[in-house]
Design a protein around this ligand. Structure first.
Ligand code: FAD
Length: 362
């Protein structure tokens, strides 16, 4: 089937790659496709830290759990396939979630027990083991180790998915969509900023922050709220953030909701905040960079190399992500909030299932 995907963030690129592999002919439209620096500096996928948090999710049933589990299952083979095409991607496994107060400690220990009962590889690390990790971590009463969750760098991933989708025959169109219209015969007209128009039977909207305005042109109002996230890259003076606890070395450490992501070059990413709207709050960034005033000395002394921000969309009044057939031939895959990187493969599968059963009920 021929179809158009609007938006080339992680959701649109993953879907294009997956659908193209399944024999569909995809046109992927995004003004930022070939830009090193995006026209919109708030694009979520380019800002993300790439954490894949599936098995540490607080619930163990329902749609969100299934999507997380399925995505985690798919990321390994997806990365292998892309690596086989020469893309230098690495899926780093192992997340360490620190408990900074007794309530969190109790919750995390209960989660370890529940997940172990399901046969999932979660472990409890006591305070002494956390304290022994070098360089020093912020104060913690213990920590939950999840061996299967992990992290993948978003920028090389976006590049690999776009490039491999093109190798598989996807058409990449570096334009902005300015309007969508339903034709009398039921097909869709997609109007581009350069004045051109494309016609197709199926459109998938993955346009991040432009999703709601685009759908507004069709008279549809979607309650999707923007939530800003900020991150910084630090260069520690001497300590290299490795935190190797025996054979296990975390791809990321999470403390009070702040992610610490050690980089292969000895640097460190720190992020991400949750700020309503799309305007960055300098105080939120300082709280983040200082780990709410509890950063150990090596971290306080680290040089700040760069900082960035991005917007993620949170559906209002319903659970993330927002996956829906809005009309015949019109699919929505947006509102992934804080887990777009994680959920991209399962979202691509959902889109493929919808595309391959076009007559099914909304
Ligand atoms: C600081 C930060 C850290 C994060 N960390 C993580 C993490 O660790 N793990 C995780 O899973 N998630 C993380 N996220 C969330 C994740 O980034 C988002 O859920 C994800 O980016 C959503 O992807 P998307 O493709 O829907 O949207 P986007 O990435 O916003 O992409 C939308 C695309 O649509 C294009 N577009 C917009 N308008 C148009 C138009 N009119 N025509 C054509 N194209 C258009 C844009 O150019 C853009 O490329 C983080 C987000 C932030 C901000």
């Amino acid at each position: 089937m021929e179809l158009i995907i609007i938006g080339g963030g992680i959701i649109g690129r993953s879907a294009s790659w997956h659908l193209q592999q399944r024999g569909h002919q995809v046109t992927l439209i995004d003004p930022d496709l070939h830009l090193e620096t995006p026209a919109n500096p708030l694009n979520g996928s380019r800002a993300a830290l790439g954490l894949l948090m599936a098995q540490v999710f607080h619930r163990a049933s329902g749609r969100a759990w299934r999507l997380r589990q399925r995505s985690l299952e798919l990321w390994g083979p997806w990365v292998e396939q892309l690596r086989a095409q020469g893309h230098p991607l690495e899926l780093r496994r192992g997340l360490l979630l620190l408990a900074s107060d007794p309530i969190e400690l109790e919750r995390q220990q209960a989660l370890v027990q529940q997940r172990q009962a399901l046969g999932l590889p979660l472990e409890w690390w006591d305070a002494a083991r956390i304290k022994a990790l070098q360089p020093e971590l912020p104060p913690a009463l213990g920590g939950l180790w999840s061996a299967a969750d992990g992290q993948i760098d978003p920028l090389p991933l976006l590049q690999a998915l776009g490039s491999d989708a093109r190798r598989l025959g996807a058409r990449l169109c570096a334009q902005a969509v300015i309007n969508l219209q339903r034709n009398a015969d039921g097909s869709w007209r997609v109007e581009l900023a350069n004045g051109e128009g494309l016609t197709t039977g199926t459109v998938v909207i993955c346009a991040g922050a432009s999703t709601a305005p685009l759908l507004h042109t069709l008279g549809l109002t979607l309650p999707l709220a923007a939530v800003l996230g900020q991150a910084v890259e630090l260069q520690p003076a001497s300590a290299t953030p490795a935190w190797s606890g025996g054979p296990q070395r975390p791809a990321a450490v999470v403390w009070q909701g702040i992610n610490l992501v050690p980089r292969p070059d000895g640097r460190l990413w720190l992020g991400a905040t949750c700020e309503p709207g799309s305007t960055a709050d300098p105080q939120a960034l300082e709280a983040l960079a200082s780990l709410n005033g509890q950063a150990p000395a090596w971290l306080r002394q680290a040089q700040r190399l760069r900082q960035w921000q991005g917007v993620r969309l949170q559906p209002q009044g319903r659970a993330a992500p927002w996956l829906e057939r809005l009309a015949p031939g019109l699919l929505l895959a947006s509102g992934h909030y804080r887990n777009g990187l994680l959920l991209a493969p399962a979202t691509a599968e959902w889109i493929a299932a919808q595309v391959e059963q076009p007559q099914s009920a909304p």
